[in-house]
Design a protein around this ligand. Structure first.
Ligand SMILES: NC(=O)C1=CN([C@@H]2O[C@H](COP(=O)(O)OP(=O)(O)OC[C@H]3O[C@@H](n4cnc5c(N)ncnc54)[C@H](O)[C@@H]3O)[C@@H](O)[C@H]2O)[C@@H](O)CC1
Ligand SMILES: Nc1ncnc2c1ncn2[C@@H]1O[C@H](COP(=O)(O)OP(=O)(O)O)[C@@H](O)[C@H]1O
Ligand SMILES: [K+]
Length: 549
C-alpha cells in the first residue's frame, strides 16, 4: 500500500523530518527533492546532456526545488534557463540558500537566470525559449496551490501547454503539476479554460503520493508518476496519518490469493446467496452470479422472483436457481422462504436488477433484519434504502454497499458535484454515519472501511468498463471473495474484489480493445488474472503434488 497524503499531512511529515527528533536540515530535504527530480527524469528524457531546459520556479518551496534541479541538470550537461517568479527576499531560507548557489554560477553558460517581471519582451523571449527547448521543468506550484491560477503563472502554464501540444517538448512536474489541487484532484479553471492546469508527461513526487495525483481530473495532468522518498526517515514513510488513505497495490490483495487447501471441498469456498433480479432485469442477476462463480465461489445459489426464474434456469448450469413467490418482483411475503435458506449461506448479495417497487423495499429490509452473515448491497437495493440510514446503521451484521456516483448521491443526499469536489471526505462521512463498508465505484473506485474509516483507492480498471452490467459482476465477485477459505475481513474482500475486477477489465482491454468487451468477459478474465498474480508473486497455485510411488 502507498500512503496518499494531503498537503497538510505533507507539511506535518516535512515538519517532523526537519524539526522533530530527526533534525534534517530544511536545505538538505530540498536538496534531496531537487536531486530526485534530476535523477528520475534523466532516464525518462533519455539523458540531460546537450538538452536545453526551461526551469520555471514559483515563489514557494516548489520554486526552491527548481533551483536545486537547475544546478543538477547543468552538472549533467544540460543548459538550464531558469525563470524566477519571486523576489529573492520572498523565498524561504532554504530556497534562498539554493538560489544563492545558482547566482554564484551565473557566469557559467550552463545556467542562465531570469527574474521574470512579465514585460512584453520577457514574454516574447520565454515563448522563443519554450519553442526551442526540449524539456520544461514545472517548479511553479506544488502542494501550496489552491483556488484558480493567478498571473503570471496562469499564462505561463497556458504557454507551456500550447507549445507542448504542438511539438516535441517534455514536461516534468515537480511534486504536483501546477494547477492541480493536491488534496482533491480538482484543477484550476475548470469553468474558464484559460486558467487551466499544466499537463505534465511525468511527475516526480516527494515523500508520499498526493491524493490529487490519483483522483481525476488531476490524474490526467500528472502523466507518469514516480515517488521518491527524498531521504525521509523510514518511520515517517510508513507511519499511518491521522485520517489515512492508501493506494492499493497488487501485493495488498495477496491475503485472498492464498492457495486452496488441497483437501478442501466446495463447502470450504463459500456458499453465496444471490437474491436479486426482476422480470425485466434477469441478466443483472445472472451476471452477479457469474461474477461469484469466476471468483472461485464454492456454491452459488441464485434466488429470483418466480417469473424471472424461467429465464435464469439452465443458462449457466453451475448456478443453482430457484424462483421465489409468484410475482415479477420480490415482495415482503417472499422473505420468509429466502430467510429459511439464509442460515446456511456464507454471504448474501442483493440489488442488481431488483427493481424499485415499494414492496421490494420491505423484502430487502426483512432479509437484512434477520441473520448474521455479511451482505453486499448494490444497485436497486441501494436505491431502495436511500433514506434508511437509521435502519442500516443499527443492523447487527457487516454490510458492504457498492454505489456508483448517482446511487451514492441518492443515498447520501449530496449532489454529484458535491461528491466530486472531495470524494474522500464525502465517503468517509458516509461510512461514519451509515456504519457500512463503502465501495464508491468510479474512476477511481474508493473503498472505505467501516471498522477504521481508512480509505483505499483502486488503481486498476479503464474506461472500457463504463458499460451496463460491470457493477453486477463486481457485486458477485466481492460476495465470493468475502467467503473464500481464508475468510478475509470484509474490507480486504472489498479491496481485493475491486482490484481484481479492474485488473480483469485491463486484461480485456489488452486482449479485445477499449471498446465493446462485455461484463461477462470481464468475469471470465478473473481466473487468468488471479493465476498471473499468483505466478508473479510466487504464490503457489497448487501445493506440491504428493508422489505415491
Ligand atoms: N521543506 C519542505 O516543506 C519541503 C517542501 N518541498 C516542496 O515545497 C512545496 C510546497 O511548498 P510551499 O508550501 O511553499 O507551496 P508551493 O511552492 O506549492 O506554493 C506556494 C506559493 O503558491 C502561491 N499560490 C497559491 N495558490 C496560488 C494560485 N492559485 N495562483 C498563483 N499562486 C498561488 C502562494 O501565494 C505561495 O507563494 C512542495 O510541493 C514541494 O515541492 C520539497 O522541497 C521538500 C521539502
Ligand atoms: N472510466 C473508468 N475507469 C475505471 N473503472 C471504471 C470506469 N468506468 C466504469 N468503471 C468501473 O465499472 C464498474 C461500473 O459499475 P456500475 O456503474 O455499477 O455498472 P452497472 O450498474 O451497469 O453494473 C465500476 O466498478 C466502475 O469502477
Ligand atoms: K509543480
Amino acid at each position: 500500500m502507498q500512503k496518499l497524503n494531503t498537503a497538510a499531512q505533507m507539511r506535518q511529515m516535512d515538519y517532523t523530518a526537519m524539526h522533530g527528533k530527526y533534525g534534517i536540515q530544511p536545505a538538505v530535504l530540498m536538496e534531496n527533492a531537487g536531486h530526485a527530480v534530476a535523477e528520475r527524469a534523466d532516464e525518462y528524457i533519455h539523458g540531460w546532456a546537450g538538452k536545453d531546459v526551461v526551469v520555471v520556479c514559483g515563489k514557494g518551496n516548489n520554486g526552491g526545488d527548481g533551483f536545486v534541479i537547475a544546478r543538477h541538470i547543468a552538472a549533467a550537461g544540460a543548459r538550464a534557463y531558469v525563470y524566477i517568479l519571486g523576489q529573492a527576499e520572498e523565498y524561504s531560507d532554504e530556497s534562498q540558500q539554493h538560489l544563492s548557489t545558482l547566482q554564484a554560477m551565473e557566469d557559467d553558460e550552463s545556467c542562465l537566470l531570469t527574474y521574470f517581471g512579465g514585460t512584453e519582451r520577457e514574454w516574447r523571449v520565454l515563448r522563443q525559449r519554450l519553442q526551442s527547448c526540449q524539456v520544461v521543468v514545472d517548479a511553479m506550484l506544488g502542494t501550496g496551490f489552491h483556488g484558480n491560477l493567478r498571473e503570471p503563472v496562469s499564462s505561463i502554464v497556458g504557454l507551456i501547454n500550447e507549445i507542448a501540444a504542438a511539438g516535441a517538448l517534455t514536461v516534468i512536474a515537480v511534486d504536483v503539476p501546477t494547477g492541480v489541487n493536491s488534496d482533491t484532484g480538482a484543477v484550476s479553471g475548470s469553468d474558464e479554460e484559460e486558467n487551466g492546469p499544466l499537463f505534465a508527461d511525468m511527475t516526480v513526487t516527494f515523500g508520499a503520493l498526493k491524493r490529487g495525483l490519483v483522483l481525476y481530473p488531476g490524474r490526467t495532468c500528472a502523466g507518469h508518476v514516480e515517488l521518491d522518498a527524498i531521504g525521509m526517515p523510514a518511520p515517517l514513510l510508513v507511519q499511518p496519518e491521522e485520517k489515512p488513505a492508501y493506494l492499493l497495490q497488487e501485493s495488498d490483495i495477496a491475503e485472498v490469493l492464498v492457495p486452496r487447501s488441497p483437501d478442501s471441498h466446495k463447502g470450504s469456498h463459500g456458499t453465496i446467496g444471490i437474491v436479486t433480479g426482476c422480470s425485466d432485469m434477469a441478466g443483472a442477476a445472472l451476471m452477479a452470479a457469474h461474477g461469484a462463480v469466476r471468483s472461485g465461489a464454492g456454491k452459488v445459489f441464485l434466488r429470483v422472483p418466480a417469473q424471472t426464474a424461467p429465464y435464469c434456469i439452465g443458462r449457466q448450469p453451475e448456478i443453482m436457481v430457484r424462483g421465489v413467490g409468484q410475482g415479477e418482483y420480490f415482495t415482503e411475503a417472499d422473505a420468509v422462504s429466502v430467510l429459511d435458506e439464509c442460515a446456511a449461506w456464507s454471504v448474501i448479495a442483493m440489488g442488481p436488477g431488483m427493481g424499485r417497487h415499494e414492496e421490494t423495499k420491505a423484502f430487502v429490509k426483512a432479509i437484512l433484519a434477520h441473520g448474521e452473515c455479511p451482505v453486499v448491497l448494490d444497485a436497486d437495493a441501494l436505491n431502495l434504502l436511500a433514506g434508511e440510514k437509521d435502519f442500516v446503521s443499527s443492523l447487527d451484521r457487516q454490510v458492504i454497499m457498492t454505489p456508483h456516483l448517482a446511487e451514492f448521491s441518492r443515498l447520501s443526499g449530496l449532489s454529484v458535484a458535491e461528491i466530486q469536489e472531495d470524494p474522500f471526505a464525502a465517503a468517509v462521512q458516509f461510512v461514519k454515519e451509515w456504519r457500512v463498508t463503502l465501495v464508491l465505484k468510479g474512476a477511481p473506485t474508493l473503498v472505505v472501511s467501516a471498522k477504521t474509516g481508512n480509505v483505499y483507492v483502486n488503481p486498476t480498471g479503464n474506461a472500457g468498463m463504463a458499460c451496463g452490467g460491470m457493477g453486477d459482476i463486481l457485486t458477485g465477485m466481492i460476495a465470493a471473495i468475502s467467503a473464500r477459505e481464508s475468510r478475509p475481513d470484509i474490507c480486504s474482500a472489498a479491496c481485493a474484489g475491486v482490484y481484481l475486477h479492474g485488473a480483469a477489465g485491463d486484461a480485456c482491454r489488452r486482449q479485445i480493445g477499449s471498446y465493446g468487451f462485455t461484463p461477462m468477459e470481464v468475469a471470465d478474465a478473473v481466473p487468468g488474472v488471479i493465476r498471473r498474480m499468483e505466478e508473479e508473486m510466487a504464490v503457489p497455485l497448487l501445493q506440491a503434488p504428493m508422489i505415491l510411488d
